[in-house]
Design a protein around this ligand. Structure first.
Ligand SMILES: Cc1cc2nc3c(=O)[nH]c(=O)nc-3n(C[C@H](O)[C@H](O)[C@H](O)COP(=O)(O)OP(=O)(O)OC[C@H]3O[C@@H](n4cnc5c(N)ncnc54)[C@H](O)[C@@H]3O)c2cc1C
Ligand code: SF4
Ligand code: SF4
Length: 468
């Protein structure tokens, strides 16, 4: 499936800056940019990462599967545009123009972490300076971070982004020190004294904590998915993980859907080796503003799964502007009561905040409260509600590991302004310290978003130094 740009695109170019594939055209500077009515996505190279749709201020980008009948014409227009382009001009070069900073004497940069945010940062620095010297410190023996371990093998296009590491990490200006954990093997103090700038690209893979009784069968989504993906890649079959066939996934983002997908594909089984038959995804967000993407729901619905939606009393409209909300409204209307004919049922329970987790009847009981559609205020008029399951998988957000000398904000991300690390106490910028990727955004956004994120951070470095 590809993404498609609709006619009300205003050509502001926000999508171009986040697309990891450079598959949106024409870009500013390309011949037909001034004359086309809207931009196009090349269906042959789009990897369905959704970064452009998230970045589009006009909500003019949709997954192909979400197009209405009248919008199908835009998918056809895209194909025609790229077919014509292939016959009329040499291979495209589409990297948006970036300001090249003036060269100065050698600029020494330490990058903490070697995930996708680090890769985009290294690439950006190399493009802007011939004299930069970069040392990347990575705690594991591998490049790639979560892109290598946690991203589903079914998202082949995204996984293929690992090839983007090849060129920057082979550059003679870049050295990588593997198996080196900053904060343990080397200190931040050491890095700050040795380098002109330190860029924190160490991610935010630590799950938010929830208090659970020791006896409760609770798992972390990243651990479960990393094990399931590794076992799948090694051909060693499914993993036996949870205590029983009913699993509650706490968290309503794409990671929760990745877990549900792995269960639907029977890559995660019960400890006895039996399939999981019921999954309940408990989302804090209201059904009118879901935190997962259309693609996540679409992929799940391609499997033999009964899907039900519980909006928690919040009305959603099947003429809503957001195609995902329309799809949820249609499921709530047509399939609200589960048919229970498929081997797996997945219930999407919206607008619930888990406030306590206890053991009961050999399983787990979750005390939840409904959350008002506004998202912050709890509805006091609605009684608390108990949900029960054999096991819980936590997918409710991620925060940074604490690191000496690195200030964290209330959202669990490194406290920063546009990539410059800022002291939460004095409000002043910490000179020479920068942040990028999930460490900057607090566990939000996909791999493609790291591209624009890295460009912003490097812009700050250039502005602070005058030249790199
Ligand atoms: C389960 C899951 C599935 C996902 N699926 C998708 C998807 O399908 N599509 C998509 O676009 N996005 C997906 N994402 C989001 C994507 O993984 C993130 O956008 C991306 O990984 C963030 O990149 P990063 O470089 O900031 O962090 P990371 O990828 O986490 O990289 C951080 C790196 O820093 C290293 N590190 C950490 N601490 C230290 C230290 N102290 N010293 C040295 N090194 C350190 C880590 O080992 C790691 O290599 C998924 C995320 C999760 C959790
Ligand atoms: S971000 Fe949206 S409005 Fe802007 S150029 Fe891309 S498709 Fe058009
Ligand atoms: S950002 Fe992602 S979804 Fe959008 S066009 Fe590029 S590859 Fe496709």
């Amino acid at each position: 499936m590809s993404y498609v740009i609709l006619g009300h695109c205003c050509k502001d170019g926000s999508c171009l800056q986040v697309c990891p594939q450079n598959c949106i055209h024409p870009a500013p500077g390309e011949p037909s940019f001034a004359t086309v009515e809207h931009l196009y996505i090349d269906p042959a190279t789009c990897i369905d990462c959704s970064a452009c749709a998230d970045a589009c201020p006009a909500q003019a980008i949709k997954p192909e599967a979400a197009l209405t009948e009248t919008e199908q014409v835009y998918a056809q227009k895209s194909s025609t545009y790229f077919d014509l382009l292939a016959t009329t001009r040499p291979p495209r070069t589409s990297t948006p123009a970036i300001p090249i900073a003036l060269r100065s004497s050698s600029f020494r940069v330490a990058v903490v972490g070697a995930g996708s945010a680090a890769m985009y940062t290294v690439r950006e620095l190399l493009q802007r300076s011939t004299s930069v010297q970069i040392t990347v410190y990575e705690q594991s023996p591998h490049l790639g971070g979560l892109l290598r371990t946690a991203v589903s093998p079914d998202h082949r296009g995204i996984r293929q982004m690992m090839r983007l590491f090849d060129i920057p990490f082979a550059d003679p200006r870049v050295q990588t020190r593997f198996d080196t954990r900053v904060g343990v093997e080397v200190t931040m103090e050491f890095l700050r004294s040795r380098y002109d700038a330190v860029v924190l690209a160490y991610g935010a893979a630590r799950p938010r904590e929830i208090t659970a009784p020791a006896a409760a069968d609770v798992h972390q989504a990243i651990d479960a998915l990393t094990s399931a993906h590794a076992a799948h890649a090694a051909g060693s079959g499914p993993i036996r993980l949870v205590a029983g066939p009913t699993v509650m996934i706490i968290g309503g983002g794409n990671v929760a859907f990745d877990v549900a997908m792995s269960i639907a594909k029977q890559r995660i089984l019960t400890q006895s080796g039996a399939p999981i038959t019921r999954v309940v995804i408990v989302a804090r967000s209201p059904a009118s503003r879901p935190s997962f993407t259309f693609s996540a729901l679409y992929e799940l619905s391609q499997h033999d799964v009964d899907i039900a939606v519980d909006t928690g009393g919040t009305p959603i409209s099947d003429v809503a502007a957001d195609p995902l909300v329309r799809r949820l409204a249609a499921i709530a209307r047509d399939g609200g009561a589960l048919a229970r004919s498929a081997p797996l049922s997945v219930e999407l329970v919206f607008g619930r905040e888990v406030i306590a987790l206890t053991t009961a009847d050999g399983g787990i009981r979750l005390r939840t409260e409904q959350v008002a559609a506004g998202g912050r205020v709890r509805l006091t008029t609605v009684a608390a509600e108990d949900l029960s399951a054999d096991s819980v998988i936590m997918a409710s957000g991620f925060v940074c590991e604490p690191m000496p000398g690195v200030p964290l904000g209330a959202d669990g991300a490194v406290h920063n302004h546009q990539g410059r690390v800022v002291s939460p106490v004095s409000g002043e910028t910490v000179e020479g310290l920068y942040v990028v990727g999930w460490a900057k955004r607090g566990g939000r956004g996909g791999v493609g978003e790291n591209r624009r994120c890295a460009a912003q951070t490097v812009n700050m470095m250039v502005a602070d130094r005058g030249a790199i």
